[in-house]
Design a protein around this ligand. Structure first.
Ligand code: NAP
Length: 281
């Protein structure tokens, strides 16, 4: 199959590496000429260009640019597309993206491969990034079933677990397990850095080990991604942040009142509850 990728960064580059190894022909488009050259030099794609016209014969195109440029990319792609071409995106937010892209191209399937890293760009693209990860597809009532199945089968070929859900449901779920943790983790780092006693801060920085590394990891990632989560998933993220603040207030109250029994019950419940989230064992 001839597969196009727009946006040769971490996700687009990693998809291209795995799909090309399976024998597909990969055609890439990126914003900068140097990125296209690097993609060809590293044999990540068969051809690359800054010009979207190169995608005219692609059967499936993965849109892997940042969320804010997806709609413009599709507008610029439209003149080159064959009606049978399937478009799919990899954006971390689905409701606003699907609402914007679906009317532009009926043969569109919203998607979100749930894998990533703190770094961004083609330099950090790697093989097998998606193995054993969830790949969420958000077809709507008007999405052609054949297009959904084509993307699902490509996702399965990357050894992903494919899930189907409604775009709004996706956004609420990822707010809890992806977007809220980024904001909590960023707040943790900010609160520590605001510690007024410089010598205590310095000692804390020297003593920081696995606990701080684990809890600060997602807050120390690509700021652009965090900003996009907040901008494009604002209602669901706010809902989870309000609920989180309520939990934090309860814990503060238990500690202020030395209510150790209630705190212990709460910590027992969270110890047992954590295992219900896949990937946390
Ligand atoms: P990234 O590493 O920054 O890659 C995006 C690439 O797109 C950039 O390297 C840039 O390449 C290129 N680009 C930017 N604007 C463009 C445009 N207008 N036309 C063509 N190419 C353009 O970002 P990423 O982490 O791969 O994220 C890309 C998408 O994946 C986002 O929609 C994000 O929501 C989604 N996603 C990210 C993760 C994650 O954890 N990182 C996980 C799942 C999904 P050059 O400037 O070098 O040409």
């Amino acid at each position: 199959m001839e597969i196009g990728i727009v946006g040769l960064g971490l996700i687009g580059g990693s998809l291209a590496i795995d799909l090309r190894r399976q024998g597909h022909t990969l055609v890439g488009v990126s914003r900068r000429k140097e990125t296209c050259e690097q993609a060809i030099d590293r044999e990540i794609v068969d051809q690359a260009s800054t010009n979207l016209a190169i995608l005219a014969t692609a059967e499936v195109i993965f849109l892997c640019t940042p969320l804010h440029s997806l709609a413009t990319t599709v507008d610029q792609l439209l003149p080159y597309l064959d009606p049978a071409t399937i478009l799919t995106d990899v954006g971390s937010v689905k409701l606003s993206v699907v609402a914007e892209l679906e009317p532009k191209w009926p043969n569109f399937v919203g998607g979100h491969p749930m894998a990533g890293k703190a770094e961004s760009g083609l330099e950090v693209a790697q093989a097998n990034l998606f193995v054993d990860r969830a790949y969420v597809l958000t077809p709507t009532a008007t999405t052609p079933a054949a297009a959904t199945e084509t993307i699902a089968s490509l996702a399965r070929s990357l050894q992903c677990r494919v899930y189907y859900c409604d775009p709004a449901e996706h956004d609420c779920a990822v707010a809890w397990i992806s977007h809220l943790p980024v904001m909590i983790s960023a707040s943790l780092i900010a609160a520590c850095l605001n510690q007024p006693d410089r010598s205590v801060l310095k000692l804390a920085q020297e003593l920081a080990s696995s606990g701080f590394r684990d809890t600060s990891r997602v807050g120390g990632g690509n700021p652009e991604l965090g900003l996009m989560m907040a901008r494009y998933n604002q209602p669901a993220l706010l809902q989870s942040l309000y609920a989180y603040r309520q939990q934090l207030d309860q814990i503060i109250q238990q500690i202020e009142q030395s209510d150790w029994n209630t705190l212990e019950q709460q910590l027992l419940q969270t110890q047992q509850g954590r295992s219900q989230f896949s990937g946390t064992t």
